[in-house]
Design a protein around this ligand. Structure first.
Ligand code: 13P
Length: 280
């Protein structure tokens, strides 16, 4: 069933686990993730980058996500990832998203608060929760990481914006880590405490060692984003098919291994985040 962000995050909060949030890029990645969620009886978030929310791609993929979520036997939230402004938020709502991230982390604190607060108010009118970000989570290719999220700033941000959940910078980055990251678990706990227990979001979930993910969840992470791993799983499945001398030329058959690889990855992350069996 298609659910909103606050419902699915509320499930994780109540059960002390984490919702895996998978970025999708095409219909096949959606298929692999929904198959995994149903098999494992897990609530999941399917999220989309704003660059895909256009007439060329969004026109096809968004209705597919909404239809898949509505038909699914488990709760699925369709979420906008890293919306940079209200333009993208409007597009996402038009395409059926039931969760919104407004990422104002590239701006100064006041501007970030102002933009996020406005989107929270708009989305509240239609019953949709908003994820904000404080402390900018960059790329593994950046020369240096920004300053980690300050618990005091996070507390002021949550109080002034009314976000449903909060993305934080605690040693994480987007992309494949060049060496394993070392998350600042004590800081995650401090942010949780300072904010009065706001559900926290860990971006850059591809390649964080399992033990650190578990410690981060114990400290208050309730949503973990996984994007690069989805792409790699899909690419590996395609490569495997290409190397098979007996492969079929029929495109639907050609895609089977790619979908299966994405499904296997999703099953693994559903187990890691503790989401398996939570939708029974
Ligand atoms: P990765 O691509 O590093 O998994 O990060 C995904 C993400 O955080 C999307 O917002």
């Amino acid at each position: 069933m298609l659910v909103n962000l606050q419902t699915i995050i509320g499930m994780a909060e109540e059960g002390n686990y984490c919702i895996p949030a998978f970025n999708v890029y095409n219909t096949e990645t959606v298929m692999g993730i929904v198959e995994a969620a149903e098999q494992e009886k897990a609530p999941v978030i399917i999220q989309i980058y704003p660059r895909l929310l256009n007439e060329e791609v969004g026109f096809y993929i968004c209705p597919a996500v909404v239809a898949a979520a509505q038909r699914a036997s488990v709760p699925i939230c369709f979420h906008l990832d890293h919306g940079p402004s209200e333009w993208e938020v409007t597009r996402a709502l038009r395409w059926g998203c039931t969760g919104i991230m407004l990422d104002g982390s590239v701006h100064d604190f006041e501007k970030n608060v102002e933009m996020t607060k406005h989107v929270v108010e708009t989305c509240k009118a239609i019953g949709i929760g908003v994820e904000g970000e404080i402390g900018h989570v960059g790329s593994v290719n950046d020369d240096a990481m920004d300053e980690f999220t300050s618990p005091e700033e996070a507390a002021a941000f949550v109080q002034q914006t009314g976000v449903t959940c909060l993305a934080v910078l605690v040693g994480n980055a987007h992309g494949h880590y060049k060496k394993p990251p070392k998350l600042d678990i004590a800081r995650i706990k401090a942010i949780r405490e300072a904010t009065g227990g706001i559900p926290l979001v860990l971006h850059g979930g591809s390649g964080i060692p399992d033990e650190q993910v578990k410690a981060a969840i114990a400290a208050g992470i309730r949503k973990m984003n996984i994007g690069t791993d989805v792409c790699c799983a899909f690419a590996e499945g395609t490569k495997e098919t290409l190397e098979d001398p007996n492969r079929s030329i029929a495109v639907d058959v050609f895609m089977k291994k790619a979908i299966a690889r994405v499904k296997a990855l999703a099953v693994e992350k559903i187990a890691l985040t503790g989401a398996a069996g939570r939708a029974e």
